[in-house]
Design a protein around this ligand. Structure first.
Ligand code: 5AD
Ligand code: SF4
Length: 484
């Protein structure tokens, strides 16, 4: 079969990785990847259901394909990922021209199901069991990890990769749909993770980011041996070729002393920790069923400051959760002021069908109030981040160069269109890199620097970005023999 596939991906890093896997699988089944839905015989939407607006956007994008499907009935249209798992038959009802619905635990079935559709066997759906549909084991088995051979060409850069170490989540925060869409928490076997990391290193990957919904809760039990994230990091650290290891997203209660000292003692581990707090109010945290108080979070935060003083910490906040008063909200402002996160992702609460909050709590904060609190919190976060970034002016930081900045790509528009690069790669363009602490750095450089580690002298900063220039090499300091 020689078919052309286009995939549109929204949502978190898990989805980016899932799309990489699906494409690798489809390529092995003879598909080629194209850059637009128009050219494709098969269009896949890899979806997110964490907030309502993410879903509405997918339905609206799907609507745009209705005419194309009428004109080319053979074009196969699929909805995959979290929204597929959550909405199931509803996807077919809301968008009757969709041929395929596949949840995140069933992605391995896609090539076979597409073949069935192509043979005229009609619509196909593959979803996992819901959290109340049987025994724990049966439910867990119906959410399969899907990590076959990797396809480096699908990654944003060949020298960076995500590596899943855990699927699902068992925390059941009352607002969150993830435990339903991605199923029970399951750690992947360490041997599988390590062999995948070795493959990535052989493919030229220098930075891996370990993924899990609560990545630091990772556990894998085998006979009487238990592997946790710290011991996994120790093994991954041994792999030649891998220079940087990151892990996201962390759960505050599992940020142990042992994990932090491991990160401190292993130079390849990035001193960057994304640990969402969600709210600065104990009452709200309790209603969210986050399982910790503000004091617990602060204790963890101080542990990070003590063991990893140079670490950067980032967070997520939800504003306007059920019953959040102005006083509660001000406590979130206070927490940001105390912690001075490197950055925070701030979300307005969105009711998710099937969650405990949807069933038991009233979404009683008006939309305008949510918007105002969102803006206010973001303003505080950005002001403090800018202050902290400006303190780095004059420093020299080491970055892994990721590639041309968005500005360069917009101006030359060569990347998105898949055209040949202009010039010989030596032209001076704005490039982007990241520090070990996950700070974004822009500087003038050339495309051939992508994938290299470079020292950058910081000249300026905004809340999200450091601006600098490549540090010129001091001939004396690298010990070259004198020419005289
Ligand atoms: N409404 C708004 N934000 C949410 N998040 C999760 N569920 C919801 C929801 N129902 C946010 C949390 C989480 C991030 C990935 O998305 O802050 O950490
Ligand atoms: Fe959702 Fe909470 Fe699990 Fe994070 S820890 S994925 S917010 S249920």
């Amino acid at each position: 079969m020689n078919k052309r596939v286009f995939i549109n991906t929204v949502g978190c890093q898990m989805n980016v990785l899932d799309s990489e896997m699906v494409i690798a699988d489809l390529k092995r089944h003879g598909y080629t990847v194209v850059d637009s839905a128009k050219q494709a015989d098969c269009v896949l939407f890899n979806t997110c259901s964490i907030r309502e607006n993410a879903e509405e956007k997918v339905y609206s994008n799907l609507g745009k394909l209705k005419r194309a499907k009428e004109q080319h009935p053979g074009k196969m249209i699929g909805v995959i990922g979290c929204m597929a798992q959550k909405d199931q038959e509803t996807v077919f009802r809301r968008a009757p021209f969709v041929d395929l619905v596949v949840g995140p635990g069933q992605l391995h079935t896609i090539p076979e199901l597409l073949e069935k559709i192509d043979r005229g066997e009609g619509r196909q759906m593959a979803v996992s069991l819901s959290r109340t549909d049987g025994s724990q084991l049966k439910i867990a088995r119906s959410h399969e990890t899907f990590d076959p051979l990797r396809d480096p060409s699908m990654r944003p850069t060949p020298f960076q990769a995500y590596l899943r170490i855990q699927i699902g989540c068992d925390k059941f925060c009352t607002y969150c749909v993830v435990p339903n869409t991605r199923g029970p928490e399951q750690g992947r076997p360490p041997e599988q993770i390590l062999s995948e990391a070795r493959i990535l290193a052989d493919q030229g990957c220098r930075e891996i980011t370990l993924l899990g919904q609560t990545v630091n809760s990772y556990r894998y039990k085998q006979d009487d041996r238990q592997t946790d994230l710290a011991s996994l990091l120790e093994s991954l650290h041994e792999i030649d070729g891998i220079d940087r290891i990151k892990f996201v997203t962390n759960y505050p209660k599992d940020m142990t002393e042992r994990l932090l000292t491991t990160v401190r003692d292993l130079p390849k581990c990035s001193p960057y920790l994304h640990v969402p707090v969600q709210s600065g109010s104990d009452e709200v945290l309790k209603r969210m069923k986050r399982g910790y108080t503000v004091a617990d979070y602060m204790e963890m935060f101080e542990r990070i400051e003590r063991i990893l003083p140079e670490a950067s910490v980032s967070s997520d906040f939800i504003v306007g959760f059920c019953g959040e008063t102005e006083e509660d909200f001000q406590k979130s402002v206070g927490l940001i002021e105390r912690c001075r996160f490197k950055n925070s992702f701030i979300f307005q609460y969105s009711v998710r069908p099937g969650t405990t909050a949807a069933k038991r709590l009233e979404d009683d904060v008006p939309r305008e109030v949510k918007i105002r609190r969102n803006n206010e919190l973001l303003e505080v976060q950005d002001r403090l981040a800018k202050e902290d970034n400006l303190k780095m002016v004059g420093d020299v930081v080491e970055v892994l160069v990721e590639g041309p900045s968005k500005k360069t790509l917009r101006e030359t528009s060569d990347h998105a269109e898949g055209r040949e690069l202009k010039g010989d790669g030596h032209d001076l363009v704005q490039m982007i890199g990241r520090t070990h602490c996950d700070r974004i750095v822009v500087f003038d450089g050339n495309r051939r620097q992508a994938g290299q580690f470079l020292k950058i002298q910081v000249d300026d900063a905004s809340c999200h970005t450091l601006v600098g220039r490549v540090q010129t090499v001091d001939v004396v300091s690298i010990g070259l023999p004198s020419l005289t």
